[in-house]
Design a protein. Structure first.
Length: 456
């Protein structure tokens, strides 16, 4: 599929055909991937949506069809510099970054934070000081909903006067950048997209994955700055032909680590997880933190735990695979040693009770669970994928093995639980390292500098 086909959803035509010569692609032309809907309908609806915005009244689309509703939260009244758009505020690293950046930079760069709503099982991250303007962003490809969201975000850009649009996560990156690029404003906003990882490997089948890669390549050409959360993520994206090296900035994640750094210190957070699970202090307890979704490959972890007699596993998180994983634990004979605790809001009190934190993912950006575990002084075992090495140095601050290697995970879990003094020394080395690299002050400083550069 060519870039032109992907952008405009047209049937294949030779580049030299008469129609292709008469109607070359223009940056100002509304463009969408073929999966949204038929291109002629898209163009008509977008034109009608723009007319609706100008008139402030209801318009009709092609053949008298009503334009999809573009109602959202009330328009902002204060001047806006940045529109920050994230697919959903589910519990995890991207949502935490969106809140921290919005909260920490709004005094200098007045910001609107827009997001879709997460599924109930994912949990929703909120902050009373950071209001969220909800827009109809959904993670799956849903042509009708996606088109409505595009119109909502275009209207939001127009009404807010945002000078910079910063998107986080794949779907928000697509909708937000398309909305800015097809905006009726004479001068489009500057565009920044953060890859907190990517969904271009390990999430979808071959044809769909290839289409997403191609579309990301096209969007990257029209994006001012691409942010990767680790050198590994940047290099993977460049290997896929997405963007040019000069476009990338590597900006590691940043967090308020103080509560985690206090774990294990006098007066620090006390462990509460074991009491909630009914486990004594002498029971070996591993933990895994995150969404219960296929890319996290909990099946490999469960198989490893089954090979380590006496080891219990606390599963901190929730998601679409919970019932499947509960059945798997029963099938493997470890249901009495596997504890599904759901989302644990007081993370330091949970980590304080764990002997080791395990990550078994097939793909990762920068794993927040491992940053938090090391900040709390917990030993870590993980698969060597994506940006994991940006956080864990194998044999120095933790242990790594290959993905989908249950035997390797089991071997490392036995090593950690049988050599607690070595594990504690490595965890302390990891604590010092993440404290120096993943603080939120650095995160704010790097984004502040970038925004000043783009808007100055």
């Amino acid at each position: 599929m060519s870039s032109q086909q992907l952008l405009f959803g047209r049937s294949a035509r030779g580049a030299g055909s008469p129609r292709a010569r008469r109607r070359p692609p223009r940056l100002g032309t509304p463009f969408l991937p073929a999966g949204f809907c038929h291109s002629r309908e898209v163009r008509a609806l977008l034109r009608a949506g723009a007319e609706q915005s100008r008139r402030g009244s209801r318009s009709r689309g092609p053949a008298g069809a009503r334009v999809p509703s573009v109602q959202a939260d009330p328009a902002p009244t204060a001047p806006t510099t940045v529109l920050r758009l994230i697919t959903r505020m589910n519990i995890g690293g991207p949502a935490r970054q969106a809140i921290l950046l919005t909260k920490g930079l709004s005094a200098e760069f007045p910001t609107i934070l827009g997001a879709g709503r997460p599924a109930q099982a994912e949990g929703e991250l909120t902050d009373p000081d950071v209001p969220v303007r909800h827009v109809p962003l959904v993670r799956p490809v849903r042509p009708g909903t996606d088109l409505r969201c595009l119109l909502v975000v275009r209207k939001l850009i127009h009404e807010s006067g945002a000078k910079l649009v910063h998107t986080h996560m794949a779907k928000a990156g697509t909708i937000g950048r398309l909305a800015a690029l097809t905006s009726a404003r004479r001068r489009r906003p500057r565009l920044v997209h953060t890859f907190h990882g990517h969904v271009l490997q390990g999430y979808f089948g071959g044809p769909q994955q290839r289409a997403f890669v191609q579309f990301e390549r096209v969007l990257a050409k029209h994006t001012d700055v691409l942010i990767a959360v680790s050198p590994e993520v940047r290099d993977e994206l460049l290997d896929l032909g997405i963007g040019k090296p000069v476009q990338y900035r590597v900006v590691p994640l940043g967090f308020d680590l103080a509560p985690l750094l206090a774990v294990g210190t006098p007066g620090g957070p006390a462990g509460r997880l074991r009491a909630a699970l009914g486990l004594g202090d002498n029971v070996p307890l591993a933990g895994t933190v995150g969404r219960l979704v296929p890319v996290k490959d909990h099946a490999t972890l469960f198989s490893a735990v089954a090979s380590v007699p006496g080891l219990h596993l606390a599963v901190l998180g929730d998601g679409e695979l919970r019932s499947t994983l509960e059945a798997l634990a029963f099938e493997l004979g470890i249901s009495d040693r596997t504890h599904f605790a759901g989302w644990w809001t007081d993370v330091p009190s949970a980590l304080a009770d764990l002997d080791v934190v395990v990550l078994s993912s097939r793909n990762e950006g920068t794993p927040v669970a491992l940053i938090e575990a090391l900040a709390a002084g917990r030993p870590v075992v993980a698969t060597d994928v994506g940006g994991v090495r940006h956080v864990v140095q194998d044999g120095e601050t933790g242990w790594l093995c290959g993905p989908a290697d249950s035997a390797g995970l089991a071997r490392l879990l036995r090593q950690v639980t049988s050599e607690p003094e070595i594990a504690a020394r490595m965890a302390e080395a990891g604590r010092l390292r993440v404290a120096a690299r993943f603080g939120y002050e650095r995160l704010l400083a790097e984004h502040r500098s970038l925004y000043e550069e783009l808007l100055g």
